[in-house]
Design a protein around this ligand. Structure first.
Ligand code: GUN
Length: 280
């Protein structure tokens, strides 16, 4: 039976560190969160971000724009936030309504304030290992792996999913720690066989219960990035928890695993952004 990795506890410890550093050094930090439209899941995330800011002593600025917002309006807001000295981090909650060009929006955010690390400049910096921020969810997954005491170096690591937000940067972070990394996706042949090689398996597919016990090696560390809402309203990960937890050595639950880590890393990134900007 696997040990359950407690994302809530790990994230609480990170938020406490951020809070203590801000208080100790009297750091002024501000995060602007922009949400467009009425996606209920996005609303929940944004509220959680606000609460975490309050806890850490980070000033939070929230901009809730209507569904029919135009590119011009959104880019104008980003320009204003880029120029605002009280705002150290800018996060535009994704997904955006379809009339808005996500890529152009992300590229408009000043890379120094891009606490999601989605901007091309930051993605490039991560690729060569010279970065200020790491993307929140993959960095959170790395913290959870570290919390197990299992070293990544030399391990077979398999990431299922190749999104720009999770899969690709996750692979890069595992590589930075000297893992042997395979990225699987919808065209991968013999997926179960590839996954069974993994000492560290990261599922970021977006399909409930996708990873079954036959895809998991005995003793693997399993990190479940999925947050899927079932018809009965319950949250469920990408991993079939009941059976996979019988085989894994460590496993993250959903909820209470990777989810809380994303916000903790965001707080850490906002503090980093504030320190850099306050020293300029
Ligand atoms: N939507 C879901 N996760 C994220 C995230 O980490 N950042 C942003 N901006 N939008 C998201």
């Amino acid at each position: 039976m696997a040990q359950i990795i407690d994302g809530k506890a790990v994230s609480a410890a990170i938020k406490e560190q951020v809070r203590d550093e801000i208080a100790r050094d009297n750091i002024k930090a501000g995060l602007a969160v922009v949400i467009v439209g009425n996606d209920p899941a996005s609303r929940v995330y944004v509220n959680n971000k606000k609460k975490a800011c309050e806890f850490c002593g980070i000033k939070s600025f929230e901009y809730a724009l209507p569904e029919e917002t135009t590119m011009e309006q959104l880019l104008e807001l980003i320009d204003t936030l880029n120029a605002d000295k009280n705002v150290n981090g800018i996060l535009v909650q994704l997904p955006l309504p379809k009339q808005l060009d996500e890529k152009a929006v992300i590229e408009r955010i000043s890379p120094k304030k891009d606490v999601d690390a989605f901007h091309e400049t930051n993605v490039g910096k991560i690729m060569i290992g010279n970065y200020s921020f790491l993307p929140c969810t993959p960095a959170g997954c790395m913290e959870l792996i570290h919390s197990t005491g299992v070293s990544v170096a030399g391990k077979e690591c398999v990431v299922i999913g190749r999104s720009n937000i999770v899969g690709k940067p996750m692979a890069m972070l595992l590589l930075h720690e000297n893992g042997t990394v395979t990225v699987c996706h919808s065209k991968t042949k013999n997926l179960a066989e590839v996954c069974r090689r993994a000492d560290i398996l990261v599922a970021a597919v977006g399909k409930p219960n996708f990873v079954t016990a036959d895809m998991v090696k005995e003793g693997a560390v399993v990190i479940d990035v999925g947050i899927n809402r079932l018809e009965n309203g319950k949250l469920c990960g990408d991993v079939k928890f009941d059976e996979v937890s019988e085989k894994a050595s460590f496993i993250t639950p959903v909820p209470g695993g990777v989810g809380p880590m994303t916000i903790a890393t965001l707080m850490k990134n906002t503090l980093t952004a504030a320190k850099i900007q306050n020293n300029e």
